[in-house]
Write a new protein. Structure first.
Length: 135
């Protein structure tokens, strides 16, 4: 639903902090989106066999799919955050950028990004430990 159009909304003038923080947050979201989409592409190419993977086929594929799903959710929430910023600008309610919905979107993007990277790191550690056990 609309961020600014339902119920009483403080449409007051943004503070200097809000004016400078919003573009900086947008830049952070842009970099996280780039990383998430790049990793999705990398993991997708690994799953397709374009790049060699040292993970067990069924287990490795499931792990990469889980990481890709997490990274896709990260990208989704990053896009939602950017859409929210555009809607806030369009509806001229700049103080909403610090509201609960926008904070949830921003936090969810980074939580899913961290989860996706963490899943892959656990898979790498597991593969290394498996390799040492087999030696």
């Amino acid at each position: 639903g609309p961020l600014c159009g339902v119920g009483p909304v403080d449409t007051g003038s943004p503070t200097l902090a809000a004016q400078t923080a919003t573009p900086q947050l947008a830049e952070v979201v842009k970099w996280a989106l780039t990383l998430a989409v790049g990793l999705i592409g990398l993991f997708g190419s690994i799953l397709l066999g374009i790049k060699s993977a040292t993970l067990n086929k069924p287990t490795g594929a499931l792990i990469l799919l889980a990481a890709m799903a997490s990274l896709m959710f990260s990208a989704y929430f990053g896009i939602l955050w950017q859409v929210g910023v555009a809607e806030i600008s369009l509806n001229q309610c700049p103080l909403v950028v610090a509201g609960d919905i926008m904070n949830l979107r921003f936090a969810a993007q980074f939580d899913f990004l961290a989860a996706g990277i963490g899943i892959v790191l656990l898979a790498i550690v597991s593969a290394i430990m498996e390799g040492q056990r087999n030696e």
